[in-house]
Design a protein around this ligand. Structure first.
Ligand code: ZN
Ligand code: ZN
Length: 80
């Protein structure tokens, strides 16, 4: 299986920094659970953000057959 680089995440939560790669979540409420409660943040567009490719998986989101634990399989990290 050939690994391909993933696209940068489409959105990032303004509270918990979770990423999403689904268009329908952008500008919608975050669906992550933080400390047992649903996150109150909103996924903001990641288009204006600066992303750095994950050094562990080289933006493929995979290490071997496993999902990369460094980037949770997204392949990118947000630079702040
Ligand atoms: Zn969130
Ligand atoms: Zn990674």
């Amino acid at each position: 299986m050939k690994l391909v680089k993933k696209e940068k995440p489409l959105g990032v939560c303004n509270v918990c920094r979770a990423y999403t790669d689904q268009h329908e979540y952008v500008n919608h409420r975050c669906n992550k659970t933080v400390h047992g409660r649903r996150c109150y943040g909103t996924f903001k567009s990641g288009l204006g953000e600066v992303w750095d490719q994950c050094q562990t998986c080289h933006a493929t989101g995979k290490v071997g057959t496993q999902t990369c634990s460094e980037c949770a399989g997204f392949g990118w990290h947000l630079i702040r």
